[in-house]
Design a protein around this ligand. Sequence first.
Ligand code: SF4
Length: 413
Amino acid sequence: MLDPFGAEARRLVKEEFGGITELLMVIPSYVGLETALERVRWVDSGKIPEEVLELDGIRDLLTFYALLGALAFSPYGLEMELVREANLRIYSARIERARTLEGTSLPLETVRGDEIPERDRIILERTHHTELSQEERRKLRLEYRLSLSKFLELWDGSLKEVYVRNGYAYLTWNQSVELWRRSFERSFERAVNLLYEVRDELPAYYLQLYERLGEIAREHFKERLEKLGRAEAQPLRFDLFPPCVKIALGGVPSGLRNYAITVLLTSFLSYARLCPNPPRRDVRVRDCVQSLDVIEKEILPVIIEAGNRCSPPLFEDQPHEIKNIWYHLGFGLTDKPTLEDSGNSPWYFPPNCSKIRANAPELCKPDRDCRNIKNPLTYYLRKLYFENKKSKPQETSKENTGEAAGAGVRDNE
Ligand code: SF4
C-alpha cells in the first residue's frame, strides 16, 4: 500500500470494516502490540526492515491504524512525532521503490506528452542541454499535474518555482513527492484529531500501545527531553487559547456562566497546565503534581477573574460555585481541599467541540485553526507544538531526518 489515506485504503476501511472506529475495535484481535511496534522500532537504526517495507494491503493498514489509535491518547506529543516520522519514511521508501504516486491521496495526474508547448519544455526541462546526465534530466522532467486549488492548499513556496498552465501546477517528481508528504502529514493530523474524540471508547490495547510508544519515543528524542528537563516549567500561553476559551475568559452573560466557567474553563485550564496528555482516562490531579500550588496560584485566580467578568459576576451571585469548581477538578464538593482529596470526584476533561456547540453555541466562534479540531485542548496543544517548532528549528532526535522538530507538550510539573 502506498498511502494509508489513499482511495484504496479508504475503500478498505469503509467496505471491509464499516469505518475507522469499527476498524479500531477489531485491530486488537489481529495485531499484537509487538507487531504494531515493529513499524517504529527501527527509527534509531535508520534502516527500515524489509518485512515492514513489504507489508501490504489490509495487514499494512491494520498495523498503521493500530498506531494511530494509540495516538488518540497523546495528540501532539513525542509519540505522534515518532509515529509520523517512521511512517512517512516507510511510505516514502515504498513510493520511491514503486516510482509512482498513483494510488496516493494526492489527486495527481500524469502529464501527457503533448500538453506542454514544446518551447516551454525546452526551457523548463532543458531538453537541449546535452551535457546533462540522465539523472539530472529525470529531476527536471514535469511528470505530474495537480489542480491549482489543491496545489495552493499544500504549497507554501513561491509560485515562480512551478510551471502553471490552464488551472494546473506542473510538477517534477521531487516536487510531487514533497506535496504528497505535506498531504500525508495533514491527513495524519486530521485522523489523530478525529480519533481523539473517541478515545474513551477505545479498548485498553491502545493505551498499552501508547505507553510502549512513549518508551520508544523517550529514547528516540532523549536529547531533546534532556534539554526540556532543564528548561523552566512553562506557564499557560493565553495567546494560543482557542476562541471559545478566550470568550469564556472575557466573561459571559448569566445563561452561559456556569457552562463557560465551571465546565469549559476549569477543565481546559487545569488539563492544559497540569496534564496536557493524560496518561490514562481516570487520571487525578495528584498523579500530575506534587502540591496544589499551581492550581491555587495560576489556575484558580484566572477562573475567579473570568467569573467576576461575567454579568452578573458568577461568584458574587453564586458563592457556592467555587465548591463546584473543585468538584470539577476532581476534589469532591469542597472549598478547602488537600492534594489527597483528588480523586474524590472525576476530574472533568474539556468537552468536545460538538458538545460545546450543542450546549453553548455562543462560545464557539471558530477561527481557521479550529479546522479539523475536535476538542479545545487539542487546539491548544497543536498551537503550542507549532510554536515550539518555530522556536526550535533544529531536530535533536538521534536520527535527524529533517522531520518536524517540535518540542513535546508534556508539562506536568
Ligand atoms: S471549534 Fe472547538 S476549539 Fe474552536 S471555538 Fe469552537 S469549540 Fe472552541
